[in-house]
Design a protein around this ligand. Structure first.
Ligand SMILES: Nc1ncnc2c1ncn2[C@@H]1O[C@H](COP(=O)(O)OP(=O)(O)O)[C@@H](O)[C@H]1O
Ligand code: SF4
Ligand SMILES: [Mg+2]
Length: 479
């Protein structure tokens, strides 16, 4: 359980946690649903609902990264907002560290806002263009009335260094930064609170391929340093495959497959997973040879207002049979560490016999993918892989006794005698970052607490979509 330090405004307030040990369940979701009502007419009568998330079960273990993938419109962002409680669920249960938080009100959520943070997709609209980055990153402290040791400014500058930005740029405005740098600002803001769980909604999809790798790498480094738990949402597998421990594949508001990363890559069992994977060529000659395995799904995801009967994927699945159109397959553990919802799973000897007649639309549902359509995805995949591998090698080499902080920051940390989550905070030097503008980050003093809620979390309150919207038209996207 969390014992949040009370935000009494005193210097040196700490967030003490006796949270879930590594590997234990941090977040548990059961039967989670979000149906957005569709209202019509003068009386605004409800005529239907968008079933954005339609009954999902999963858990997130402390210290892991759960990747969530699926095409656009599958309900990933809605899921992210439900588990961070920026949206009120229609049904189901969300438990954080064993506590039911499904229907907590604003007051009840207050301590949790420090523990669960969200990084948003669009670094162009998620930062208020009228605020300096100092104001943006310090908002969490101000909202919670927390005065970190050494003052807010010092702490914000430290956070900027941690994410690889120049702390001297405290007074600059978001438009003065590139997309990747803005995403770093968003990450700094999310980290201000020393959170346990960070939900990153497509954190790099608005960025250039080369910058994507840097930001993914930064997230990875921060996880090592801070023991963070991540839910990383992405629309394809190119980004999450390198950083996830487990991956959930979503389709039309449901989880189709949830498996350990290696299992999922070695032998995907859900046809939809296979299709998603075939769109992300893996830089591995053995796999590259298997061109016939590449599948392009035709058409868009059907409307979540009236999802297809039976298996929701049956209108696009090349294996669909009659039972697929009538009976919804439950998500079942077909192998240890691999849950699948399919009547005719791939790579599984017990699958139902294929003598049943394929649905005619299923025959038309997929085609082989053209090489050039795969090129960009391949580049992202390779770039992220290279970055992650390089970081891992570096980390392995750096695992020497000299790691004992001789930096000013580490010195201060020792002095302050603060432990647990706090002392786990990285020093700017300890996180290898590569700001894309080539700026060097310089060290700044270590701080005390992370305790406050982000501007988004607080301001958006329950069930609103305002979380990432700035109140002004954001500057044009630079590509
Ligand atoms: N506030 C909302 N009101 C009505 N429909 C919504 C709202 N937010 C999302 N949706 C719908 O829910 C579905 C899932 O959306 P979303 O969670 O954003 O998917 P993803 O992040 O996977 O692209 C989409 O059809 C979307 O249009
Ligand atoms: S084989 Fe049937 S159950 Fe399995 S994904 Fe295809 S349509 Fe769904
Ligand atoms: Mg989304």
């Amino acid at each position: 359980m969390t014992i949040p330090a009370q935000s009494d405004g005193s210097a040196g307030t700490a967030t003490l946690t006796e949270g879930a040990a590594r590997g234990e369940t941090l977040l548990k979701v059961t039967g989670l649903q979000k149906h957005f009502p569709i209202k019509k007419g003068l009386l605004q009568r409800q005529v239907g609902a968008v079933r954005a998330v339609d009954g999902i079960d999963f858990e997130v273990r402390s210290g892991e990264t759960l990747g969530v993938v699926g095409e656009s419109g599958c309900g990933k962002s809605t899921m992210g907002r439900l588990i961070t409680r920026l949206l009120e669920p229609t049904a189901g249960k969300v438990e954080f560290e064993g506590k039911d938080i499904t229907h907590l009100g604003v007051g009840g959520m207050r301590p949790l806002r420090r523990d669960v943070q969200m990084i948003f997709q669009d670094p162009y609209s998620s930062l208020n263009p009228r605020h300096t980055i100092g104001t943006i990153v310090s908002a969490p402290f101000k909202l919670q009335g927390v005065e970190p040791e050494g003052g807010i400014k010092k702490e914000v500058q430290r956070l900027l260094s941690v994410v690889g930005l120049n702390p001297e740029h405290y007074n600059r405005y978001p438009h003065e930064f590139s997309g990747g740098q803005r995403q770093r600002i968003g990450i700094a803001r999310a980290l201000a609170l020393n959170p346990k769980l960070v939900v990153a909604d497509e954190p790099v999809s608005a960025l250039d391929v080369s910058i994507q790798a840097q930001v993914v790498n930064l997230l990875d480094d921060l996880q090592q340093e801070l023991g963070l738990t991540y839910v990383i949402i992405a629309h394809d597998l190119s980004v999450v495959r390198h950083v996830s421990d487990r991956i959930a594949v979503m389709y039309l508001g449901k989880i189709m497959e949830l498996a350990d990363r290696d299992l999922l890559y070695k032998s995907p069992m859900h046809p939809y997973t296979k299709a998603l994977m075939s769109a992300v060529p893996i830089p591995d000659p053995a796999r590259k040879a298997a061109k016939s395995e590449r599948i392009l799904l035709k058409g868009d995801v059907p409307s979540p207002i009236s999802p297809p009967s039976g298996c929701r994927f049956h209108t696009r699945c090349w294996k669909a049979t009659q039972i697929c159109a009538t009976t919804e397959p439950p998500l079942k553990e077909l192998r240890p560490g691999q849950q699948v919802a399919c009547h005719h799973p791939e790579n599984f000897e017990d699958q139902a016999p294929q003598d049943v007649v394929l649905l005619s639309d299923a025959k038309e549902a997929a085609e082989l993918v053209a090489e050039d359509a795969l090129a960009e995805s391949a580049r992202t995949s390779a770039a992220v892989a290279a970055e992650v591998e390089a970081a891992e090698t570096e980390a392995a080499q750096a695992e020497a006794p000299e790691a004992e902080g001789d930096t000013e920051a580490a010195g201060k940390a020792a002095e302050s005698g603060k432990k647990s989550t706090e002392s786990a905070k990285p020093t700017p030097e300890s996180v290898k970052t590569a700001p894309e503008d080539g700026e060097k980050s310089t060290g700044s003093p270590k701080k005390s607490t992370g305790d406050a809620e982000s501007a988004e979390s607080t301001e958006s309150a329950e069930g609103t979509e305002s979380a990432e919207s700035a109140d002004e038209e954001p500057p044009a996207k630079e590509k």
